[in-house]
Design a protein around this ligand. Sequence first.
Ligand SMILES: [Fe+2]
Length: 207
Amino acid sequence: MHPRTIQRRQVAAALVFAPIVWRSARAQNAAQRMATPPQTEGPFYPVSLPRDSDYDLLRNGAMTYGRGQPAWVDGSVSDTSGKPVAGAQVEIWQCDEAGHYHHPGDGGRADPAFQGFGRVTVGADGRYRFRTIRPVPYSGRTPHIHVKVKLGGRELLTTQLYVAGDPNNERDFLWRRMPDPARAAVTVPFVAGSDGLQATFPIVVAA
Ligand SMILES: [Fe+2]
């Protein structure tokens, strides 16, 4: 067969099959969004929630936290079919820049100006955002932000968010034992933006 004929046939075949491939990929996407993998809660979920527990962890009451690298962490909460989970509560908690949590188990040494915990309720679009610091490493852990998602008092997910490219990840006992797709789902880049760092963490829950 003439090479040009083969080429023409291949092109024709590609044109015939491309739409089918495209449709099935889309259908698969919609049907099989992977739920964000759970991670252990750890020992430092607040015993009692701080009086100020809004989206801005860099302001606690009247105090402003000026240490660390400010970062926006945003994203959306959706179910496995891609539908936003309106009304879901997203909570984050993390240590201050010196590696301390607001928790009696961590000696109560956390900086009082760092809110350390925040909670937001998402609207119809499922979107959330927090103002915080890029997480830092502490005693054997790679930088991470703890995340919990609730809906009407029901806990849908407890996990941890990691910083893509952080050299401590490879040595972290929790990060290391996740399979690749799970790591990819909870490890996101913190990139320089116009207002500090910016990280986007899409959360998928089996609502
Ligand atoms: Fe932690």
